[in-house]
Design a protein around this ligand. Structure first.
Ligand SMILES: [Zn+2]
Length: 63
């Protein structure tokens, strides 16, 4: 098992994460114990549940 700080995505994970729509880089926005990942190309926001990014276009919010 990989241990992570609550709400924090490791640098290694950020390196492999990409927007499922445009495959572009994501910006990690940390908020308290959680946060979200923003794709500025698509203007979509992916939420992070218990440190697990939800990389689903259908679940993403427009911003
Ligand atoms: Zn995108």
């Amino acid at each position: 098992m990989v241990t992570t700080m609550p709400g924090v995505i490791s640098d290694e994970l950020m390196e492999v994460l990409a927007c499922p729509k445009c495959h572009g880089k994501l910006e990690l926005v940390e908020e308290g114990e959680g946060g979200h990942l923003d794709c500025h190309n698509c203007r979509l926001r992916y939420r992070i549940d218990d440190g697990i990014p939800v990389m689903l276009i259908d679940e993403a919010e427009k911003f």
